[in-house]
Write a protein that binds this ligand. Structure first.
Ligand code: PAF
Length: 280
């Protein structure tokens, strides 16, 4: 496995590698969710590249950039064990050199849900993902369904800007009790960790109701909210959404693919999760 820090050597390496080339973009602090992306890429691509870069431009001023978990040595060991061929691990200066001033500005899709709670977040995500694509030049890029809105924003960017890579969505990996794996789960106290599966229980209730024939989005939202509110440790519920899976516009009736999603706070930690319904 090659680990490269510079844009130029990375592009040189990927220009001559066997194709198709799959890219798994990450911010490190790898868990089984990331490894599921790597395994899918390994199964489908002749060459697998992963990137490790904690992207400062997608963190708000009061967010956890400084404390975001980092363990490069451990991450590289995990990627090597999965048979990754190349890791692109640039410094912030390599990605954002002095004078950097060009951005990808996603549209309305990026203003809803996470975008409303985290202004500028998807501008940072879209910009760094575009840069990763330009440096690595993959044929396919693998993203987790766990960050459902991020996936939708990236799909739209690729479509709107005629970018090359095929975007592959990989199902959310969960712990046995249903909690979606996330690097931020590491922040939870043991009590908060015990309470956290309420998020998936709540989303699953909407899924169950929908399978029983309920198509009223208002009733599905209310059902999710009721389960979330039953957990006293939940400090706040930022949103409960039942939205069109492509545009993320809130629905009145579920008539096609839809995403049921929520963002909640457990202590200082903000957790998001989603499930797909409606033949998604
Ligand atoms: O999902 C993530 O880990 C990040 O948002 C990504 C896609 C690597 C961009 O920094």
């Amino acid at each position: 496995m090659q680990t490269l820090n510079s844009n130029t050597t990375t592009t040189q390496a990927t220009t001559t590698c066997p194709r198709p080339l799959g890219l798994v973009p990450t911010m490190g602090a790898l868990h089984e969710g990331h490894l599921a992306l790597v395994r899918r890429a390994r199964a489908e691509c002749a060459t697998v590249a992963a990137s490790i870069f904690v992207n400062p431009t997608q963190f708000g001023a009061n967010e956890d950039l400084a404390t975001y978990p980092r363990d490069m040595e451990r991450d590289l060991g995990l990627l090597e064990a999965e048979g990754v061929d190349l890791v692109y691990a640039p410094t912030p200066e390599e990605v954002y050199p002095p004078g950097f001033d060009t951005w990808i500005e996603p549209g309305a899709l990026a203003e809803r849900l996470e975008g409303a709670a985290r202004p500028g977040h998807f501008r940072g995500v879209a910009t760094v993902v575009a840069k990763l694509f330009n440096v690595v030049r993959p044929d396919r890029a693998y993203f987790g369904q766990k960050d459902g809105q991020q996936l939708a924003v990236i799909r739209q960017m690729v479509r709107d800007l005629n970018m090359g890579p095929e975007i592959v969505a990989v199902p959310t990996v969960r712990d046995a009790d249903g909690l979606a794996l996330s690097s931020r789960n590491a922040y939870l106290t043991p009590e908060q960790r015990q309470a956290a599966p309420v998020i998936y229980r709540a989303l699953s209730e909407a899924q169950r109701l929908w399978l029983d024939g309920e198509t009223g989005a208002g009733r599905l939202r209310a059902a999710v909210l009721e389960v979330l509110k039953s957990e006293p440790l939940l400090g706040g519920i930022d949103y409960v959404s039942v939205a069109d899976a492509g545009t993320l516009e809130e629905l009145e009736q579920v008539a096609g693919p839809a995403m049921v999603s929520t963002a909640v706070r457990l202590g200082q930690t903000r957790l998001i999760d989603n499930v797909l319904i409606g033949s998604a």
